[in-house]
Design a protein around this ligand. Structure first.
Ligand code: DAH
Length: 345
């Protein structure tokens, strides 16, 4: 067997490997030169028939040729597969020019927009924010607010009882008593936003669960002028500079005198329209001077201290501000309703 033939095979294989461009080419070349039936491989079986002289080197030469071809194939194969992978990645690149999928961002519920705004107004006047339990005892919800067991004012605040002595609070006013007992005779300027409950038949303006912001100021020389100025500033900040307020006399067991506070109609400005039922005024809250009994029961000497208090319905303010006609819309989380307040965050 001529060694020159081996050289020819090697040259032929190497030049074809050099020119190959795809993994298919490589597979063909491997088949041509290294399969059992290939010329090179069949040379191994012919070694035995050679002269002893030739036999000596033939095995080594054939094997070297086989190794050289195998190695060249491997190098080229690696090169091609890397290139093919790169091309595949390029062709499958994500098309970032496609418009993305839309997702909608929610907004604050109008209730929370207004609650936060109201809180900010009072924070700006130096009030601190207090909290209290929604499951309350008869003592705090009624007794310490000058509403004894048989008081008729209890009829207006029927609620959900857990036991004869424990109930869902009917107003945020119990936080007045809690704060006075906590402050132990020190001056107070606090608000308490929170949920309240009443046994109401739900309709467009009533809900068994609603929310209030309670306010309480106790100090020396506090008079009804402070109450009026505070609520006037609140009304102007909440409903616009042009708002005026008026105090009408009313009754709450925990205040004396008690007042109902109206703002000049936000729709007609006071001339009289459907919204204000022709009166020019809209009621927004209740308040008054803290009753001496309440001060006394909660550790303040009414001869030395006086105070004012108020309670504002949060939903009512939100409904007036945004013209919401049904309180239930605030709770039912219909996105068509909520989306209207997106920009108002
Ligand atoms: N607690 C009263 C209610 O829910 C509202 C209220 C009126 C609170 C007068 C007060 C107040 O602090 O002084 O109907």
């Amino acid at each position: 067997m001529a060694l020159t033939r081996l050289k020819e095979i090697l040259d032929d294989a190497l030049s074809r490997i050099k020119e190959s461009k795809t993994s298919e080419h490589i597979a063909n070349i491997r088949n041509t030169f290294l399969s059992k039936k290939s010329e090179l491989m069949s040379m191994f079986s012919m070694i035995g028939k050679l002269d002893p002289e030739e036999r000596k080197n033939a095995g080594k030469e054939i094997n070297d040729t086989k190794l050289a071809i195998t190695e060249a194939l491997e190098v080229k194969e690696k090169e091609i597969s890397e290139k093919e992978l790169e091309e595949k990645l390029m062709s499958e690149e994500i098309d970032i020019s496609l418009p993305g999928r839309n997702f909608s961002v929610g907004g604050k519920n109008p209730f929370h927009i207004i609650k936060d705004e109201m809180t900010d107004i009072f924070l700006g006047m130096g009030f601190e924010v207090k909290d209290g339990p929604e499951v309350e005892t008869d003592l705090y919800n009624f007794e310490l607010l000058n509403i004894p067991k048989d008081h008729p004012a209890r009829d207006m605040q029927d609620t959900f009882y857990i036991d004869p002595n424990t109930l869902l609070r009917t107003h945020t006013s119990p936080v007045q008593a809690r704060t006075m007992l906590e402050k132990k005779g020190q001056p107070i300027r606090m608000i308490c936003p929170g949920k309240t409950y009443r046994r109401d038949d739900d309709d467009a303006t009533h809900s068994h669960q609603f929310a209030q912001i309670e306010g309480l100021v106790v100090d020396k020389n506090i008079n009804i002028g402070h109450l009026k100025a505070t609520l006037e500033l609140f009304a102007k900040k909440m409903f616009g500079e042009g708002r005026e307020i008026r105090l009408r006399s009313s009754f709450f067991p925990f205040t004396e005198p008690s007042v109902e506070v109206d703002i000049s109609c936000i729709n007609c400005g006071g001339k009289g329209c459907n919204m204000c039922k022709g009166t020019g005024w809209i009621e927004i809250l209740g308040g008054g001077m803290v009753h001496p009994n309440v001060l006394k029961m909660n550790g303040y000497d009414p001869e030395e201290y006086s105070g004012f208090a108020f309670g504002i319905g949060i939903e009512r303010v939100a409904m007036l501000r945004y013209g919401i006609d049904d309180i239930r819309k605030i709770y039912t989380n219909d996105v068509r309703f909520l989306h209207q307040f997106k920009k108002k965050i």
